[in-house]
Design a binder for this molecule. Structure first.
Ligand code: ADP
Length: 830
């Protein structure tokens, strides 16, 4: 009875009619069409409307809930009456129930609520919507959200405002991106470098055009923005712009490679300027290159400075060269007269002089030698400074070098009563490859300083291998230790500087130029080493350096000295280090040793028991000297030469006093300190032989030859000729000497007299020594006469030059008698 449910309550008569089935057939269609059908249609329409409303409501809800923006509705009292899920999220609530009926003041912080309230009041007042207004708010987690807010009035059907509909979109990321871009833009706009952006067109034939320049570009070039936009970037190029560079740039650009270059550009007014340009291609998100960005910097000033620097450097080099040449010339000029001073005072020494004359002459000799040292140092220093000094490595007998260095200073050392120890580790190979000349120079300087600055005590020169780098490569440590005045810590760096001494009083007290250490340091740097120092004031100093050198693998036959008959030796020396050193040297030959520090102890030991084959007796001991001790051994203990062999250790300074005593006391040998290991063995080996009176006072000239020889001396300095003549006459009393003052005369005399030896100065008028030698060699091919170069130059290459010119030997001026003597002996005996 579905239909009946919809029927209105019918009057009784109708009911009766209905019940009358006859009537129902007639009446029902009428009732149906007149009453029932419209009613049914109206009911259906209502249902349809309702479904539509429901559908629309659902649609709205789906839309509302799923919008990516926050959407809300507020009533006229600013209370939320609707909020979508995004809005709920911003308010940090889970359900609409938590905020419906609440105002912003109850949900957000004051600032947000207030700003929102102000906007909404305005809308209510004016009826105008607020569209896309940017606001930010800080959420409960402290996160900043930038929002794009729109609010429109919500009106009823009478057009009265009954609330607000709002929609907010989060734009934080966009905002950040905008700020980043703004920052980049401001960097580009405000940087002092000019920035140019050009486009890259797909058609390579169309030239790139400027699409952007910053203010600095306009300032740098004088062009306005309008003048350059759309133009080619080449508008700045001109006649002096390096075309080669432009070609290279083009090549890079064709391959989209970034590049950097420096060229001359031109301003709008034609003025040229240097610019450095960094060019980089810019690609879009698909990796397609779309633009070039060029950063240009005006480097005119830098280029000018570079140019000034190059000029200054060239000037400085020229000045330095002039200085070096001047120094070399000056040194040559000074060395020539010095040659006479040193040579003649040396000669004078060998004549009969009284004590005062000897003293004066000594002063002349020593002063001249000091002057020579100073000149040599200055010359060396200027050579090193000018980078002209080269290291010349040769095979060097390191022990010989060490002893020759120590011998050079031993005289001064012993005069001051200083003990000199040469401590060469027995592991040191005999030969190493090194610049022996320069190493010797450094060591002599260190040793001479050690003597100079030490009043009492000892000087130890030590070489030890500290590292074996390969089979024949070692690192050696060279050190010179003294017990002298030491150096204050604050001055320990200063003294390595040129012309620097510890303090101003040093020159007055000790002399010197303050150049020695500076030169030594630089020489060592050239050898890949460095001079170092440890020093304690009033205690002493140790200067040391490490050198890496190759040793010579070729084994030289050992000089075998047989001292096997010596089994037990007594060492008597008041210097502990020397006792140790000598006993170590003897231990290498399996000699057992005892060592005592005084003559008294030695006598006690020998008195108790003489089971020694040998006594090594130091001469210079404080209480009782060596000679006195030996005297007591011989006389009181009655130990004669047949019972006990004694060797005396002494220094050259003591010579005259002890020669006699040694003869008298039958001392079997004398050894000069510092003790050379080989000479110790040799001396011991010889000591076993019958005692010989070998020590004679030396002749003034140890070599004299009565041969009749013709000698030609060529030198433009008459004193030098005189000096050579004097020396030659002493050595070769029967020599005939011819003198030439220039190169031409030398050749003339050579042809005329056919001498057997020629001494040839290098720097002479007319023809110099090299030229004269060459001519002589050409003219007398059949006969080779020794020609000896005499030069005041010290350059190593002068030796080479003279050899190349055909000379046979080389003497550097100033020379001493012994040098000339040795050369004459060598060539005459030949
Ligand atoms: P010079 O000895 O000609 O003055 P150096 O360059 O050789 O020049 O030495 C510089 C200074 O270093 C010396 O003047 C001295 O003050 C100090 N010095 C060098 N060696 C020693 C040393 N062994 N003991 C104390 N002072 C030293």
């Amino acid at each position: 009875m579905l239909i009946l449910e919809y029927l209105p309550k019918l009057p009784y008569w109708v009911e009766a009619l209905v019940d009358a089935s006859v009537l129902s057939i007639i009446i029902f269609p009428i009732i149906y069409t007149q009453l029932f059908k419209p009613l049914k249609e109206s009911i259906a329409k209502n249902a349809e409307n309702e479904a539509k409303i429901k559908y629309e409501r659902n649609l709205f809800k789906a839309l509302f809930d799923n919008l990516p923006d926050a959407v809300y509705v507020k009533d006229i009292q600013f209370r939320k009456i609707l909020a979508n899920p995004i809005d709920l999220q911003y308010m940090n609530v889970k359900s609409e129930d938590d905020i419906i009926g609440k105002t912003d003041a109850e949900v957000y912080n004051n600032d947000v609520a207030e700003s929102s309230y102000t906007d909404e009041v305005k809308i209510f007042k004016t009826g105008e919507a607020i569209i896309n207004k940017e606001n930010f708010f800080v959420d409960n987690n402290g996160k900043v959200h930038w929002m794009l807010n729109s609010k429109v009035p919500f009106r009823n059907s009478d057009n009265e405002i009954i609330g607000i509909v709002g929609i907010s979109r989060e734009i934080t990321e966009k905002k950040k991106e905008e700020e980043r871009l703004k920052l980049l833009e401001s960097v580009i706009l405000n940087t002092t470098d000019a920035v140019v952006i050009t486009d890259i067109l797909p058609d390579a034939k169309v030239k790139t055009k400027i699409i952007f320049v910053n203010n600095s570009y306009c300032k740098m070039t004088g062009y306005t923005l309008e003048e350059v936009i759309g133009k080619s970037p080449s508008i700045l190029q001109g006649i002096k712009t390096d075309k080669e560079i432009l070609i290279q740039v083009k090549e890079s650009m064709d391959r989209f490679l970034p590049c950097h270059f420096e060229v001359i550009n031109y301003k709008k007014n034609g003025e040229e300027f240097w610019t450095s340009i960094s060019l980089s291609p810019i690609a879009n998100s698909e990796g397609v290159y779309t633009h070039w960005i060029a950063i240009k910097r005006d480097i005119t000033e830098k280029k000018q400075l570079e140019q000034d620097y190059i000029e200054a450097k060239e000037n400085a080099e020229a000045a330095n060269k002039a200085k070096s040449e001047f120094l070399a010339n000056m040194s040559h000029e000074i060395r020539t007269p010095l040659n006479s001073v040193i040579g003649f005072s040396d000669m004078l020494h060998k004549t009969n002089l009284d004590d005062t004359q000897k003293l004066y002459n000594n002063a002349v000799f020593q002063s001249a030698n000091s002057l020579l040292d100073i000149i040599t140092e200055i010359l060396d220093f200027s050579k090193i400074e000018a980078g002209k000094l080269e290291i010349d490595i040769s095979k060097t007998n390191i022990q010989e070098l060490a002893y020759s260095v120590s011998n050079m200073i031993s005289f001064q050392a012993h005069e001051k009563n200083l003990e000199v120890l040469v401590n060469i580790n027995h592991d040191i190979p005999k030969y190493i490859w090194i610049d022996s000349l320069r190493l010797k120079q450094v060591l002599i300087n260190l040793m001479a300083n050690a003597v100079k600055f030490t009043k009492s005590g000892e000087i130890e020169f030590k070489i030890v291998p500290i590292n074996k780098l390969s089979d024949n490569k070692y690192q050696f440590r060279f050190s010179v230790r003294d017990t002298g005045i030491g150096i204050l810590p604050e001055n320990q760096n200063k003294i390595f500087e040129a012309f620097s001494q510890e303090d101003a009083s040093t020159t007055r007290k000790y002399g010197g130029t303050g150049l020695g250490l500076a030169i030594s340091k630089k020489l060592l740097l050239l050898m890949g080493s460095d001079l170092q120092l440890t020093s304690i004031p009033n205690d002493g100093s140790t200067f040391y350096f490490d050198i890496t050198a190759t040793t010579d693998s070729q084994i030289e036959p050992e000089e075998v000295t047989d001292i096997s008959k010596i089994k037990h030796a007594l060492i008597v020396d008041d210097n502990a280090n020397n006792r140790l050193l000598v006993s170590e040297m003897l231990a290498l030959k399996n000699v057992k040793t005892n060592a005592v520090a005084s003559g008294k102890e030695a006598l006690e030991k020998l008195e108790a028991l003489n089971d020694y084959d040998l006594v090594l007796m130091d001469f210079n001991m404080s209480e009782m000297d060596g000679i006195e001790t030996i005297r007591q051994i011989r006389n009181r203990l009655k130990l004669g030469a047949d019972k006990l062999t004694i060797i005396l250790l002494h220094s050259s300074a003591d010579d005259e006093h002890i020669f006699e005593a040694c003869r008298e006391l039958q001392v079997a040998g004398r050894l000069l300190k510092p003790i050379h290991i080989q000479s110790l063995y040799d001396c011991i080996a010889k000591a076993g032989l019958p005692f010989k009176e070998a020590d004679k006072v030396e002749n003034a000239f140890s070599y004299v030859n009565n041969k009749q020889v013709k000698i030609l001396v060529a030198d433009d300095n008459e004193f030098n000729i005189l000096l050579i003549k004097q020396i030659v006459k002493n050595i070769l009393p029967n020599a005939e000497i011819f003198e030439a003052f220039d190169g031409k005369k030398t050749i003339e005399l050579f042809e005329k007299y056919q001498p057997e030896i020629v001494f040839m100065d290098i720097q002479m008028p007319e023809l110099n020594g090299y030229e004269a030698t060459k001519i002589i060699r050409q003219k007398s091919r059949d006969k080779h006469i020794p020609i000896i170069a005499l030069t005041a130059g010290t350059h190593e290459d002068e030796r080479e030059k003279s050899a190349n010119a055909g000379m046979d030997d080389f003497i550097s001026k100033p020379f001493v008698v012994e040098t000339l003597e040795a050369v004459i002996k060598k060539w005459i005996d030949n």
